[in-house]
Design a protein around this ligand. Sequence first.
Ligand code: NAP
Length: 254
Amino acid sequence: MDLDMFDLTGKTAMVTGATRGLGEVEAIALAKAGADVAVCGRVESDLKRVSGAIKALGRDSEGFFMEVTSKESIHEGVDKILDHFGRVDILVNNTGTNYRVPVLEYPEDKWDLVISTNLKSYYLVAQAVVPQMVERNSGKVINISSILGQIALVNQLAYGSAKGGVNEMTRIMALEWAKNQINVNAIAPNYFETEMVKQIFKDPERLKFIKERTPMGRWGKLPEFEGIVIFLASAASDFITGQIICIDGGWTAC
Ligand SMILES: NC(=O)c1ccc[n+]([C@@H]2O[C@H](COP(=O)([O-])OP(=O)(O)OC[C@H]3O[C@@H](n4cnc5c(N)ncnc54)[C@H](OP(=O)(O)O)[C@@H]3O)[C@@H](O)[C@H]2O)c1
């Protein structure tokens, strides 16, 4: 086997919500594998920090402001990315947010925010980026889902609904773009310690619950996210499309 199939040299990747957490890990992993990376987010200092770390690896990188709940902001950002890099070969739809209360208390504005950030933006960003992949008959789209797209937990109304939607969206995109040799897959993580779940990591009861539910008896370590992202972005996964790949220590195998 030729390990060059994992090499992303000469490719341009774009990661939304890349200013911290898993998005930052994904952006840096893609750069480690050789890609130039457009870092998308909202906080100027974080955009500079992450793109700076990627430049230090010897790749081209810039930060681009992108508010994914705004179609206008998405298109402005993508236009700037295409001006700078000329193309996007790898799109990672990663933005996410959560609001956890029971169904009967769920406010409509929070539903709209969670659905817009975690689900609607994934198709809007793809609409802006994928046409140039279709023209080239080549591309990789990676949607970040969650194990909550296929298992249910209380207080996860909008988030679970969004992630279930991301899984179905992934399969539909994969079917529509298969003829263009564009791979569309989703990654569905268990818990990883990031800003989004920091409250959970301070709660001994929740941590006990996660450990008990996870056959490997622990949560994910951030560097453990790198391999799957590189694999799905690379030629090593060229015949894999429409799949939801869990990175969950075995939770969804139960
Ligand atoms: N961590 C976990 O345990 C876990 C488990 C399963 C799935 N996931 C999924 O993994 C992805 C990354 O999550 P994470 O844990 O790394 O979360 P995080 O640390 O909270 O990071 C979320 C990222 O999304 C950006 N973002 C949020 N709302 C945005 C908006 N409206 N417009 C533009 N950017 C926005 C944030 O930027 P700002 O700094 O501007 O807010 C940040 O860069 C999400 O899709 C999440 O659902 C995470």
